[in-house]
Ligand binder design. Structure first.
Ligand code: AR6
Length: 169
């Protein structure tokens, strides 16, 4: 699996699949989730509602991932995953790793060769950047499967630098 770092807006990324740092409701929110729904249009939310009704009445569990089409986005699919909220009192890093692994598993099922990830849990959910980057890079490095390229699309310079440090470590 080739790993690339990009600083930019994931909603503009031409990848087979882009990953959304969603919440368990699957009904949208702020951050990258808000940007994906805004730019992708109402079809993504309509599909999320259908998924909720058919499979996730209680919400999508933290660490899991599920795909919809990508509406008006240049990608073909959006893979929605739910990262954990950061907590000092408890080590939830395995749940962050699970987001990357499960998203890659869903991507493989879809036949996606290129997958773009944001820094899951590193925004509103409060994860320290270096820690979030280390888990993301470490998990993808250990992953195997048919996905050919993973692109980390980092919105701001500080997150991009944290991922650079993790990649060079
Ligand atoms: N492209 C790429 N990355 C982005 C973009 C974008 N367009 N916009 C923001 N980021 P966050 P979380 C970065 O908060 O911490 C939502 O309300 C952002 O700078 O989007 O997992 C959901 O509904 C940060 O580095 O996700 C959940 O309730 C990274 O994406 C909650 O936030 C993740 O920040 C999830 O929180």
């Amino acid at each position: 699996m080739r790993i690339r770092l990009v600083q930019g807006d994931i909603t503009k990324e031409e990848a087979d699949a882009i990953v959304n740092a969603a919440n368990s409701s699957l009904l949208g929110g702020g951050g990258v989730d808000g940007a994906i729904h805004r730019r992708g249009g109402p079809e993504i939310l309509a599909e999320c509602r259908r998924l909720r009704a058919s499979h996730y009445g209680k919400g999508l569990a933290t660490g899991q991932a599920v795909a919809t089409t990508a509406g008006r986005l240049p990608a073909r699919w959006v893979i929605h995953t739910v990262g954990p909220v950061y907590a000092k009192s408890e080590d939830r890093s395995e749940l962050v790793a699970s987001c990357y692994r499960e998203s890659l598993r869903v991507a493989a099922e879809l036949g996606a060769a290129t997958v773009a990830f944001p820094a899951v849990s590193a925004g509103i959910y409060g994860w320290p950047l270096d820690d979030a980057a280390r888990i993301a890079v470490g998990t993808v490095r250990e992953a195997s499967g048919p996905v050919e390229e993973v692109r980390f699309v980092l919105f701001t310079a500080d997150v991009h630098q944290a991922f650079e440090r993790a990649l060079n470590a």
